[in-house]
Design a protein around this ligand. Structure first.
Ligand code: PMP
Length: 353
């Protein structure tokens, strides 16, 4: 730490991203990326845009926002495109949370919520999940604080029904409820349709998972025009050109190729089913995942040990130290071939232990 680092950040514990090894030596199942390349249309548009990077990108992100709004069935003013969904989540903390409007989120969820709260000096409370890692909806009904819920949740993969989401949103009319749908495209139900009914609902999504664009950094939020206007105020007060020209163009290309995205999502769901079945045959216990990952523990083997053994065998998965989930590993769904290798490797590891 330098002499100059503000004391207000001295206890800040930054978010720890999953390992991103520089070589290709691993089967990489640790950061929930898609195993498939981006749409060819996305790549073509990005390459074209790269030729014009002497110019700033469109700060309003007009074409992409309009296409996205049309796809979602909302007005253009109800959408804000951001640099990954991390950015819109941060904007939501900056725009809506303060001492009088603290934040709440589950104790086991996306680790960045806590960091966003800390870095923005927002008081927060982590609400324990049930024993089985489900969210107790009643904990959030009428809580009177700003709520951040990943649906489906990460790293558990478990989804809440739209009906439960509506209960939470409708019972907290004077607080913002942020539903983080980073993984919604793998079988869960989106809350976007509720934004017409509730002015306190913000839904966030990303191009990082189902659209194979994690490296391009593109996410977005959908909500009432007023919520989006507030977040635009934050955007124009921090980084008006938050989406670079290549990413913006890739996003447009990607949206013109929705068939490709849908095909990949359905394939990932099929491979998830296969993986879960095979893991159960090996004695693993899994949560009911509606995402592009599974969350698994073995009753006879330590989670950390499984993670390390897999790594020695060239397979990276994600292990979290947090006590409640230390027995588990979060395993991204790759191609069928990658998952067959995972299963074969685990078989070998379990026999050796
Ligand atoms: N929400 C959740 C639940 C996530 O797991 C992630 C990915 N790590 C994000 C948001 C942010 O993703 P991105 O910034 O790539 O859109």
């Amino acid at each position: 730490m330098s002499r100059f680092f503000s004391s207000k950040h001295k206890n800040l514990e930054p978010y720890t991203p999953g390992e991103q090894p520089k070589d290709n030596q691993y089967i990489k199942l640790n950061t929930n990326e898609s195993p498939y390349p981006p749409s060819k249309k996305a790549v073509k548009c990005a390459l074209e845009a790269a030729k014009r990077t002497q110019l700033y990108p469109d700060p309003e992100c007009s074409e992409l926002s309009t296409l996205m709004a049309r796809k979602l069935g909302v007005d253009r003013e109800q959408v804000l495109m951001t640099n990954g969904s991390d950015e819109i989540l941060n904007f939501a903390f900056i725009a809506f949370c303060d001492n009088d409007h603290p934040a709440v989120f589950p104790d086991i969820s996306y680790g960045f919520y806590k960091v966003f709260a800390e870095v923005n000096s927002v008081p927060y409370e982590e609400i324990p999940l049930n024993e089985d890692f489900t969210i107790n909806v009643d904990d959030y009904v009428g809580i009177g604080k700003n709520i951040f819920i990943a649906n489906p949740n990460a790293p558990t993969g478990i989804a809440l029904s739209l009906c439960d989401i509506e209960k939470i949103v409708s019972s907290n009319p004077d607080n913002v409820v942020v539903i983080d749908e980073a993984y919604v495209d793998f079988g869960a139900e989106s809350a976007v349709k509720l934004v017409h009914k509730y002015d306190n609902l913000l839904v966030t999504q990303t191009f990082s998972k189902s659209r194979s664009m994690a490296g391009a950094r593109l996410g977005f939020g959908v909500g009432s025009k007023e919520l989006i206007a507030d977040m635009n105020t934050i955007k124009y007060s921090t980084n008006p050109y938050n989406i670079n020209a290549m990413t913006m163009a890739a996003g447009i290309g990607c949206l013109s190729d929705e068939k490709y995205t849908t095909k990949n999502c359905r394939e990932i769901e099929r491979v998830r089913k296969y993986t879960a079945k095979e893991l159960k045959k090996l004695g693993f216990e899994l949560t009911e995942s509606m995402t592009n990952f599974v969350f698994a523990k073995h009753p006879d083997h330590d989670g950390e040990k499984i993670y390390s053994r897999l790594k020695c065998n060239g397979i990276l998965v994600r292990h979290f130290d947090k006590e409640k989930i230390a027995d588990y590993n979060r395993i991204t769904i790759g191609t069928k071939k990658q998952m067959t290798t995972l299963i074969e490797t685990l078989k070998k590891i379990l026999e050796e232990c």
